[in-house]
Write a protein that binds this ligand. Structure first.
Ligand code: SF4
Ligand code: SF4
Length: 474
């Protein structure tokens, strides 16, 4: 089916030309009230991103995603693989929250919070403006032959990009392996930790590639969230939008001419100055309507407001608005879909809070050794072998840990030199144990036993296991 003429722009993306080659985007340096607010938000988020792996709450790193050792801290709460259900629920809450937010306010997350946009627009692009100058100078520099000025500017820019990519890679590593560990590795020197240095350099290369070359294409081509906009947005979603009714008027947009009565001629307020297009970091024309490439960065709002001020028209030709707001002047209101998402969100948060409240600081798991039956020993003793795992989710060591059977005579023998052991803070203790019971105490070939876990005299956890015995004693 042929694309309608007014939708042809959707057949291509701003970063690729008709021959399929990269269309390098040189956005104009943004300025205006939204830009200033976004700068403040970005300073806060960057400070948070860089500080979070080194902030501790109750001795736990504030945020840590140690995939290798399967340890996760979220807001200072340690999560273990045993807490996987909590992690899954938290993730589902995150997805529902982002969905709700997107249905209501479009890609606001991309423009204000996403690390990709923050680094690209607020760090790398600003360095580029500083070294290469604004849009026109950048275009000129790109076309310029490799003279002393171009070599100096390019070398300086790429070097700074590389240093920042290396810094970002270090911070990501701190989230992965822990801030303390990273600082220790730095102190001990890279030669002592070549196994870590290698992935660090790969990370650096990836970040450099993204921010120096791939850039806005992450949002346009690679980001799955961007692709979801088509199904999440509707006419009631608030997005960065061009007020086409006001901008086009009855007789369309027209270049500005001094002392011309545009209203009488039926022309809209858009003077076709292309400033909103030139400032756009994804290279689109927002006047075509909501597009997949728009990251809601608000740069075009600021730019158009400046133009409106200059031609003495009200601001807000491009603004945060829904299609229904533009078409029918409808204010924002909660839709049935949003109310549904809110209800689901409240239920999920309630479930998560309940689970967190019921979560134990210590978790014990005793499992029969796979493939082992039972052993018949002297004096009619039946023995089963188990493995145990004890997770200490607190920041203090647990001493004198021992296992005791509840409600039945019998013995638990640890395969170790001592009857008790210690579980380190945020640590895991594992080993093998035998449970020995008298045959006469068994009620069948399969029995369920309750094991109490003590620290000294204090009961800290209870778990249950199955115990196998001979069938003839049923
Ligand atoms: S900046 Fe405003 S006036 Fe200029 S082209 Fe864009 S929408 Fe029209
Ligand atoms: S259209 Fe406007 S809000 Fe969207 S990415 Fe471009 S400049 Fe940012």
């Amino acid at each position: 089916m042929e694309t309608p003429e007014n939708e042809v722009f959707r057949d291509s993306i701003g970063t690729i030309d008709e021959e399929g080659k990269r269309n390098w985007i040189f956005p104009k340096k943004p300025s205006g009230p939204y830009w200033e607010k976004r700068k403040l938000v970005s300073y806060f988020l960057l400070a948070f991103l860089f500080a979070a792996p080194f902030i501790k709450i109750n001795g736990n790193q504030f945020l840590m995603f140690n995939v290798l050792e399967r340890r996760f801290n979220i807001f200072g709460f340690p999560f273990w693989p045993q807490d996987f259900h909590l992690f899954v629920i938290s993730m589902i809450i995150g997805v529902v929250f982002i969905t709700l937010f997107t249905v209501g306010f479009g890609r606001i997350f991309c423009g204000w919070i996403c690390p990709q946009t923050i680094f690209m627009e607020m760090v790398f692009r600003r360095i580029e403006f500083w070294i290469d100058g604004d849009r026109n100078k950048q275009i000129r520099l790109k076309k310029q032959k490799w003279d002393a000025e171009k070599i100096r500017k390019r070398t300086l820019k790429w070097f700074i990009f590389l240093v920042i990519s290396f810094l970002i890679a270090n911070i990501f590593l701190a989230y992965l392996i822990g801030g303390d560990k990273l600082l220790r590795y730095v102190k001990e020197g890279p030669s002592e930790h070549l196994g870590t240095l290698f992935p660090l350099l790969i990370f650096t290369g990836v970040f450099y590639f993204i921010f120096a070359w791939f850039r806005e294409q992450v949002c346009i081509i690679a980001c799955p969230y961007g692709r979801l906009q088509g199904v999440l947005l509707d006419n009631k979603s608030i997005v960065v939008a061009y007020d086409h009714k006001r901008g086009e008027g009855e007789n369309g947009r027209k270049k500005f001419r001094k002392n011309e009565d545009r209203d009488a001629l039926g022309h809209g307020d858009c003077i076709d100055c292309f400033q909103c297009v030139h400032v756009c970091p994804t290279g689109i024309d927002i006047r075509n309507g909501t597009q997949l490439e728009c990251v809601n960065c608000t740069a075009c709002i600021d730019e158009c407001d400046t133009i409106m001020e200059k031609i003495d028209k009200p601001k807000g030709l491009i603004r945060y608005a829904s299609e229904d707001n533009i078409e029918k002047k409808e204010p924002f209101k909660l839709t049935a879909r949003m109310k549904g998402y809110i209800a689901v969100l409240v239920i999920l948060i309630g479930v998560l809070l309940g689970m967190l409240a019921l979560r134990n600081d210590v978790e014990a798991r005793v499992l029969r050794l796979p493939g082992q039956l039972y052993e018949h020993k002297d004096n009619d003793i039946i023995s089963n072998v188990y493995t145990y795992k004890l997770v200490n989710k607190t920041t203090e060591a647990i001493d004198n840990v021992s296992f005791k059977l509840r409600g039945i005579d019998g013995e638990i023998k640890l395969v170790s030199t001592s009857d008790t052991f210690t579980v380190k803070e945020n640590g895991l203790a594992e080993g093998t144990l035998f449970i020995e019971l008298k045959q006469s105490d068994l009620s069948g070939d399969k029995n369920t036993l309750t094991i109490d876990v003590y620290s000294g005299d204090k009961l800290i956890e209870t778990t249950s296991v199955s115990f196998l015995g001979p069938r003839s004693y049923n």
